[in-house]
Structures are given as structure tokens and as C-alpha cells.
Design a protein around this ligand. Structure first.
Ligand code: ZN
Length: 155
């Protein structure tokens, strides 16, 4: 489930440009959920009326990540498999001793991919390729509610 919340103009950015903020809230289905958020971000850009600027996205939390990819079933499976090779679930993590957690691999995967994206807006559209979608990766070991903060700046 993907919803959006509180999208509004909050004032002028650093150089006097209009700034809009909002949140995309995603209820993930558990570890390795890969969620396409492209349409939601595009609708925020459209509502802002910004023709040239940037859309910045940031997911709160240390066990989720944002990136871009071609959103098709083969690659979705490939990225899950790559995550397992990069930071195997059953490897030893000191994090588990500290908190009694089971998600050391989740943190490592999230740190490597990163929590944010910055996408140029040109002529009112995100400059993504035809086969390039914006995606949220749920890397934690359970379903979570994720908040993606969206900031659109431009004119
Ligand atoms: Zn943890």
C-alpha cells in the first residue's frame, strides 16, 4: 500500500525558489519487498507545477533504501539475490549481540545502497529513463511502515 500525505508549499528555498514538501507512506510486506514509487513522485512533481528543479527523496530509517532500477520481475529477483551475496543473512554480525537483533545484514545492505535520491526535473517531468523506475527496498526482516520524505524545489 502506498499513500501520500501532507504535500504542500512551505515557502522559498535557498535561492528564493518555491519549495514543496510531502511524504509517501508505504506499508511494506516484509523483507526484500521492492516497491515502485515512481507514479507517486511524478504526481508530486505535477502538483507542484515546478518545471525545472529537483525532486529529493529520503527514507527514514537504517534498514530501508532508495534506488532506481528497471522494475521487472527478473531484475527484482536479481537484486534480492545480489543483496544475499553482498551481505548474507546467515553471516555473523556483531549487531546481533548488541541488541539481540536479527537484522545485521539489513543494516549493511541499507548503508551500501543509501537512503536518498535526487532527481532532476526538466520541463515539468522527472528525468528518468523509460526503463528506470524509482524504488523503495525494504531490507528489514519484517513488514514496516516506511516514510519517504519528498522535497521538490524549483520554478
Ligand atoms: Zn538492527
Amino acid at each position: 500500500m502506498v499513500q501520500d500525505k501532507n504535500y504542500r508549499r512551505v515557502g522559498e528555498g535557498l535561492s528564493g525558489l518555491p519549495t514543496y514538501t510531502g511524504e509517501i507512506v508505504v506499508r511494506t510486506r516484509g523483507e526484500n519487498d521492492v516497491v515502485d514509487i515512481t507514479d507517486k513522485v511524478e504526481s508530486y512533481v505535477a502538483r507542484s507545477g515546478v518545471k525545472n528543479g529537483v525532486a529529493h527523496l529520503y527514507v527514514i530509517g537504517s534498514t530501508a533504501a532508495l534506488t532506481t532500477m528497471e522494475y521487472e520481475p527478473g531484475l527484482i529477483e536479481d537484486i534480492r539475490n545480489a543483496m544475499e551475496r553482498i551481505a548474507p543473512r546467515n553471516a555473523y554480525y556483531k549487531h546481533h549481540e548488541r541488541w539481540g537483533d536479527d537484522n545485521g545484514h539489513s543494516h549493511i545492505r541499507a548503508s551500501i545502497i543509501g537512503p536518498s535520491l535526487c532527481i532532476p526535473i526538466r520541463e515539468g517531468s522527472l528525468t528518468t529513463g523509460t526503463w528506470q523506475q524509482l524504488i523503495l527496498l525494504e531490507l528489514d526482516t519484517r513488514a514496516r511502515e516506511r516514510r519517504i520524505l519528498v522535497t521538490v524545489i524549483g520554478d
